[in-house]
Design a protein around this ligand. Structure first.
Ligand SMILES: [Zn+2]
Length: 59
């Protein structure tokens, strides 16, 4: 991805965390969306821009 701050290309992945987002499905069941959040490290500006991926549905 590209750095959000200085727009240089980064391929150094720092870590990946997951965020659980509560969601209601169409059947009224409680559904959690697992959203991956990748944290990168930018060598150029020394910051940690994060990239939020597409949610994975877990029941
Ligand atoms: Zn940067």
């Amino acid at each position: 991805m590209n750095c959000l701050h200085c727009h240089k290309y980064i391929d150094h992945l720092h870590n990946t965390s997951h965020v659980l987002v509560r969601d209601l499905s169409i059947f009224g069941r409680l559904v959690y969306l697992k959203v991956p959040r990748r944290k990168y490290y930018c060598n150029d500006c020394g910051r940690y821009p994060t990239q939020v991926g597409s949610p994975l549905k877990t029941v």
